[in-house]
Design a protein around this ligand. Structure first.
Ligand SMILES: Oc1ccccc1CN[C@@H]1C=C[C@@H](O)[C@H](O)[C@H]1O
Length: 330
């Protein structure tokens, strides 16, 4: 039985290595998480709907459990996420009478949420995804349509970062997004974050979700995205990494165990990704996987509900995969 080195130990001079966790996996994957990761992100428990399901009713117990686990086991924590168009309760955007709230009301609620949450965890969370997925995937608009944008206006982003910085001046504040390496979306994320930097908005980094697969995006596109974002003097975090064994539009449901071809491709891709991360370790300060092992991944239900995927470095029995041995073999 080979000795298995700690993944985060191998990378301790490059960047933090993290995993998304939830109340179930904190128990079922406890040994793996403690051994291999030095940064934790709540998969769902620190989203708006989880922390403030009704106005003025804050439910912190699950997030508190994660922070306790992190403090006991000397793990850093990334906060995910304060302002997002998904997993945010309807009440946020409505008046008590059920009509659409106005700009002033929504900004007040945004500030109340951000300041209440960030002040509770002040000094315990090294970086926050302040705004998640505000940029439009396609089309001429820079920002996607959302209730945040429709009601407050395009400066909802500026305000979110300003409120966050007032709440915890020591937290590194990130803009986080997916498809971040696609040239069209990359240029939009670049324009948005460049304008925030130029306006003096307190933004410190860009989160690349890195929901990639064994076919795309190309290494070139990822490299250009890293260079582009780094040119703004911002930190880069890889925030939600997984490498699906299916291409973006592949909805097949017949695969019951990963094929040899999938395993070989995935190993090659993880090797290339970590070579690139090491090359840019001066600007990449954290690499987080969206899960710790293949026994639990959001990809088992996205984009095809109930279809098994094997996107991470450890298998369903928490054993290192070929991809793990490649990644630690620097
Ligand atoms: O890859 C995507 C494609 C379409 C929409 C969202 C995403 C990614 N969106 C992420 C995925 C899982 C959630 O738990 C995260 O909070 C979210 O940031």
């Amino acid at each position: 039985q080979k000795v298995v080195p700690s993944l985060s130990e191998v990378y301790k001079d490059d960047f933090k290595v993290g995993a998304a966790v939830n109340p179930i996996t904190l128990h079922s994957q406890k040994e793996l998480i403690i051994k291999h990761f030095n940064s934790l992100t709540a998969e769902n428990e620190m989203k708006f709907e989880s922390l403030q399901p009704e106005e003025g009713t804050f439910t912190f117990d699950k997030a508190d459990q994660l922070l306790s686990f992190a403090n006991e086991n000397h793990k850093s924590v990334r906060g995910h996420t304060l302002v997002w168009h998904n997993q945010t309760p309807d009440w946020v955007f409505k008046t008590k009478k059920g009509t659409i709230a106005d700009r002033y009301t929504l900004l007040e609620r945004m500030n109340t949420h951000i300041s209440t949450v960030m002040e509770r965890y002040k000094g315990q969370i090294y970086s926050w995804d302040v705004v998640n997925e505000a940029v439009a995937d396609t089309g001429v608009s820079l920002l996607r349509d959302s209730k945040w944008k429709d009601i407050v206006g395009e400066d909802f982003i500026d305000k979110a970062f300003e409120y966050a910085h007032l709440a915890d001046p020591n937290a590194a504040l990130f803009y986080n997004d997916y498809n971040e390496s696609h040239p069209e979306k990359r240029e939009k994320i670049y324009s948005l974050t460049k304008s925030l930097v130029e306006k003096g908005v307190p933004i410190h980094g860009i989160g690349l979700q890195a929901h990639w697969n064994i076919y795309s995006p190309s290494l070139d596109h990822i490299r250009v995205a890293i260079e582009r974002y780094a040119s703004l003097g911002l930190q880069i975090h890889i925030t939600e990494m997984d490498v699906s064994v299916y291409d973006v539009d592949d909805k097949r449901t017949d695969v019951k165990v990963p094929t040899q071809e999938m395993i070989i491709k995935q190993t090659e891709r993880y090797n290339s990704f970590f070579e690139l991360f090491r090359e840019y370790s001066d600007v990449i300060t954290s690499v987080t996987f969206w899960g710790a092992a293949d026994d639990y991944t959001w990809l088992d239900d996205f984009p095809v509900r109930g279809r098994k995927n094997w996107p991470l470095l450890f298998d369903e029995h928490h054993q290192p995969k070929q991809s793990f041995w490649q990644v630690i073999n620097r």
